[in-house]
Write a protein that binds this ligand. Structure first.
Ligand code: GTP
Length: 358
């Protein structure tokens, strides 16, 4: 029997707005494929044959792209939360869609990693854990769930988003890496139909009973939930951090994209499929979505530009300017980030060059 996995894809992705106004975060493109497609490739390599997408916000986009999963040799199904159920409620709601009982892998849909899932599953079996959580080391755990282990790797303590006073200087900061193996016993202990969080409710309870184990790993790991980390994920992959992705190189130019002679694409930029960069334009350390047009002599550095955007001639965007899908940046407009462009404002700004950040 193959391995079963639930991928949590129901969040609103507020930190990536306005890019997540047109798609759920796991459908954010990474080299012209939704990031969750890279996750399915990873799961397939470790014998996962059944995936349930636990949906909430904008589920249609996922179903339209993945269908029944035939293209990935994985059987894919979709379960949509009737109300926001939190991460644990969503898992409990999704699991009855599997045909067979057994442990379930659970993944956040916004993590890019080459975690050895085979080793995680083996560690889970050896320890006899009720649940095993993958852990990754970070410098600053304040935005994550800090996990403290005993010598046998049983979880001693789970501190969600620790404040500075809760940190012990010099300790290794291991955080919840958003990949878990849950036994049916743990899943069945989640109350049905009400909001419940894996991180805040289930894990502290299972840890208190001695059944939660950690699986620390130095593998590549990145949460792509913010514009900065989304940009960094592209850089990492071009740098070869995820060799299986097959996209390593100085830059990525998508299928059908046209870079005119005299345009400069550099520093791990990604030019989405069907885009066009005109002569004299520079795109440096930037992610351009599909079907975006960059006019002559425009200069874009360190930015995240959505799909179908038009950047006018001579416009200058520098330093983590995030631009939503189908926006139009008027010619000669200069914007210095970090800023998120209000899509409506910049669309109507044609002619007067006003841009509004927030
Ligand atoms: P932000 O609003 O930017 O924090 O993003 P988010 O809503 O996606 O939240 P977060 O990054 O904490 O979520 C981690 C993963 O769990 C993401 O893949 C979400 O899609 C998913 N997720 C979060 N909450 C829920 C939920 O209530 N139901 C389901 N099905 N998935 C969820």
């Amino acid at each position: 029997m193959g391995v079963q996995a639930v991928i949590l894809v129901g969040g609103q992705g507020t930190r990536l707005r306005p890019l997540t106004e047109t798609r759920p975060k796991p459908m954010m493109p990474l080299f012209d494929r939704p990031m969750v497609a890279h996750q399915l490739d990873h799961l397939a390599r470790y014998g996962v044959t059944e995936v349930v997408f636990s949906c909430g916000y904008r589920p249609d986009a996922l179903e339209a792209y993945f269908g029944d999963g035939a293209g990935f040799a994985i059987r894919v199904r979709y379960v949509t939360d009737p109300i926001p159920l939190g991460t644990a409620g969503a898992v409990a709601n999704a699991v009855p869609a599997f045909a067979h009982p057994g442990d379930v892998l659970v993944l956040n849909g916004d993590i890019l990693t080459d975690l050895d899932l085979g080793a995680l599953m083996a560690a889970h079996r050896v320890s006899g854990a009720a649940a095993t959580v993958a852990l990754t080391p970070v410098q600053d755990p304040s935005a994550y769930g800090l996990v403290r282990l005993r010598d046998d790797r049983a979880v001693r303590e789970f501190v969600e988003k620790p404040s500075p006073g809760e940190l012990i200087p010099g300790e290794p900061y291991l955080i919840n890496a958003g990949t878990y193996l849950l036994s049916r016993e743990v899943i069945e202990s989640i109350p049905a139909g009400v909001a419940c969080s894996i991180e805040r409710e289930v894990f502290p309870r299972v840890a208190a009973g001695g059944g939660l184990y950690g699986y620390p790993s130095d593998c590549y790991w990145r949460d792509i939930g913010t514009p900065q980390s989304y940009l960094e994920a592209h850089r990492d992959m071009l740098n070869g951090a995820v060799p299986t992705a097959g996209v390593a190189g100085e830059v990525y130019i998508g299928p059908g994209a046209v870079v005119e002679e005299g345009a400069r694409i550099a520093d791990r930029s990604c030019i989405g499929a069907g885009s066009a960069v005109a002569a004299g334009a520079s795109v440096i350390g930037t992610v351009l979505g599909a079907r975006t047009r960059v006019g002559p002599n425009a200069y874009i550095e360190g930015c995240v530009v959505g799909e179908g955007v038009e950047v006018g001639a001579g416009a200058r965007l520098v330093g983590l300017v995030v631009i939503g899908d189908r926006a139009r940046v008027v010619p000669d407009l200069h914007i210095v980030g970090p800023t998120i462009i209000d899509v409506g404002e910049i669309r109507t700004a044609a002619g007067d060059g006003n841009a509004k950040g927030h």
